[in-house]
Structure formats: C-alpha cells, structure tokens
Write a protein that binds this ligand. Structure first.
Ligand code: NIG
Ligand code: FE
Length: 397
C-alpha cells in the first residue's frame, strides 16, 4: 500500500525548477506539496491540493529542498580546539594539524568513529541537510583508511576515499613512496567502499603531478574524481582537474581570471567552502561573484572537519556567501542545494520537481531569505528525507 501526505499553507515553496515556479529558484507561493512513498508526486497551490491525502498545515512557513553537502570530513577522532584558539591568537593555519587528528583517529575504535560521524550527521539534519558526502583522510594508513570508508559507507552512498589528504607521518621524507601506497594497497582496500576519490593538491600536501597520479589510479578503479585545490596558495592544478573531469574542485580561495574562465567552460563545479576561510581567517574569500558571472556552477559546503572548519551549518555558509562572496540570496540557496547535487552528479536531490526525492526542510520563517537575513539563528523546524521526518523541533502541526 502506498503512503501519501500533503503539506499545505506553505508561504514559499522553493522547487529549484524554474519551469514550475517563479525565478531561478522556481518559487511557488501559497503552496502545497504531496509526497508518495518518499517521492514528490505533486506541487502547486494549496487551493488545488488533493484532499484525499492526510494534510498538515505548516502555518505560512517556507519549505526549501534539503541542503546537499558535497564536502565533509566526518571520519575522525580527537579535538583541535586549542589549535583554533592559537590560530585566532595569530598562529597561521597550515595543514600540519591533520597529523594530530590522524594519531587520534588511528587509535579510535570503529564504534567511536561511527558515533562521532553520526552525531555530526544529526547536527546536519538539524540545520536542514539531507544529502551528505563523507571523506576519509585522517587514517593515512591502509587499515584506518579502510575502516573510515567502510564505516562511512554505512552512513551515506556518497563516500570519498581521501587517503591523499597529506603525506602520512611515516613517509615525511618520501612523499612519492606514500603516493605509491595510496594508489596501491590502500586504494585496493578502499575502492570497494567508495564512490569518489579526492586529493588535497596544495602547499604542504600533494603536487599537481602527484595529484594526477592519484586521481588517475582511482579512475582506473572506477572511482570518480573530485579535488581539494588552491586553499592555501595560487596553484596550477585547475587544468588537470578539468582534464580528468573532476566533478568538483573545492576551496578555490585563490583563483586567476583564467582559472575562472576555464571552470566556467567545464563540467567541474566550483565547490566553495567559506567556513574554512572564516575559521582559518584566510586573507580572502573565494571569488564567488566572479565565478557566477563567468557562468560557473557553484556549490556551497561547510567542509565540516576538525581543523579548518568545525561546523556542519549550511545556513551559515549561505550567510557567508551573501555577505562575503557577494552572491545573492537566491544564488546562495541554489548553490547549497542544486549546486551540491550537481557537484555529486545527482539529479534526484537538490530540487523538488515531480519525481525528486522528498528531501526538504521547513523553515521557521515566511521567506527563505531569512536563511541569510538571520545569521546564526537556527531556522529549521523540521527536516524530511525520503518523505520521513529525520529532525523536528516539534512545532510542525
Ligand atoms: O578541507 N584542506 C584540507 N583538508 C581540510 C582540513 C583538514 C584539517 O585541517 O584537519 C579542509 O579544509
Ligand atoms: Fe575539505
């Protein structure tokens, strides 16, 4: 027996489908949405809603597609709050702190790693996120990287093998030997649990040539590539990322005009993670406005990780994109939903067209603009994934 329900009296329903609502966000006002067996089966005006299904009046509040977080590092143990405090007192950020997390992650049990990731996923649900990519990358040895992607695969379909996060401490004097391990035994152990392969191509991590070797080895094992790029300095990896058809190039704090033009002409999404620029006090934010003006697809993500950005909160990223990267509210909400979906090459999430997954969030606000207008305020009343409530403040009916 199929199960259906309808939500009515939605002040603004953001569908992200301009064919069924106003503007780029496809906004329907005074809207209703019907869900059948976890799929969106109807959207329209409340006055036209089918009265045969159980109905809930949401009281003139707004509904948006669930956020699609295309970049998170949830498989870790340990705490780096002191590194953060020192940074705020003037110590510059380098990727060196990753090794502190590596020591704690290696010695953590599977159950502990699972618990840490689950509690961060719950935070994500509380702030409206319904699709979550999870990376490994704090094990840096075969056993811990394998545990990381295996446990991540219990929690999401979007698992990314990031054995090449930094060179493991044991190989500090021979990075190429570590690359051999990553693309050999480690990749063999991790590929069966992973969909994606990623590499941190930047100062203090891997060169463009090493990154190419790593991504090409993953592609040969049927993994799809994505990349961390140009977080710490202006590098020259954009052409390689595009040539290998990376689904996204993430961070991009440093970009030339030519990089922007190349990304705009490619299928590689610009994954902007302004939480990392915020929490590392980067000298600048990525050029979100210029990327959009050039025609690039932009995705937003909190880049949740224990070092550079320990937040899961997508609405904060929207506020930063609007305030610091000069993206409009509409562009920022689109980047946090459809942008993430495009970055994960998914067409079933990030929008609320008929046939999409019924993943959405009810805001305690009459307009989605409140996501940026009320920075830091928890705006989410209730979150649905596959048509099921996965978080609620209890104020739905
Ligand atoms: O996405 N850039 C590389 N990796 C993480 C930071 C890792 C850490 O500092 O623990 C990031 O910012
Ligand atoms: Fe990252």
């Amino acid at each position: 027996m199929s199960e259906s329900f309808t939500l009515t009296n939605i002040s603004q329903l953001v569908t992200n489908n301009s064919a069924i609502g106003d503007g780029e966000l496809g906004v329907i006002t005074n809207a209703a949405i019907t869900v059948t067996d976890g799929i969106v089966t109807w959207v329209g005006q409340t006055s036209d809603a089918d009265s045969s299904f159980p109905k809930t009046d949401v009281g003139g509040r707004s509904i948006i597609p669930g956020f699609v977080d295309s970049h998170s590092h949830l498989m870790f143990a340990g705490d780096r709050s002191e590194e953060f405090a020192a940074r705020m007192a003037g110590v510059p950020y380098s990727a060196g702190g990753i090794k502190v997390t590596t020591a704690a992650t290696r010695s953590a049990s599977d159950d502990h790693l699972r618990d840490v990731a689950r509690s961060l996923i719950n935070e994500m649900h509380e702030s409206g996120t319904t699709t979550i990519e999870i990376k490994s990358g704090y094990g840096l040895d075969v056993a811990t990287e394998e545990r990381s992607v295996r446990i991540a695969s219990e929690l999401t379909d979007e698992v990314t093998f990031l054995g090449a996060h930094v060179v493991a401490p044991e190989f500090s004097s021979n990075a190429d030997e570590y690359v051999d391990l990553v693309i050999g035994e480690m990749l063999d152990a991790c590929a069966p649990h992973s969909h994606w392969i990623d590499v941190f191509c930047d100062r203090g991590a891997f060169t463009v040539e090493q990154s190419r070797r790593i991504l090409e080895a993953g592609i040969a094992m049927k993994l799809s590539p994505r990349i961390h790029l140009n977080q710490l300095e202006q590098g020259d990896g954009i052409a390689m990322a595009i040539e290998l058809d990376c689904a996204s190039a993430d961070h991009l704090t440093y970009l030339t005009d030519d990089d922007i033009a190349a990304l705009a002409a490619s299928n590689t999404v610009a994954g902007l993670v302004p939480g990392a620029d915020f929490s590392t006090r980067a000298p600048q934010y990525p050029r979100g406005r210029d990327l959009l003006d050039a025609g690039a697809v932009v995705a937003l993500s909190p880049d949740c990780n224990p070092g550079s950005s320990f937040t899961t909160n997508m609405p904060l990223m929207i506020a930063l994109a609007v305030r610091e990267m000069h993206m409009t509210v509409d562009e920022s909400l689109f980047a946090a939903t459809m942008g993430g979906a495009i970055s994960l090459r998914r067409d079933d999430v990030g929008h609320l067209s008929i046939g999409a997954k019924a993943d959405f969030a009810l805001l305690n606000a009459p307009s989605y603009i409140h996501l940026a207008y009320r920075p830091g305020v928890p705006m989410i009343s209730t979150t649905w994934k596959d048509g099921k409530v996965i978080f609620t403040k209890g104020d739905l009916a």
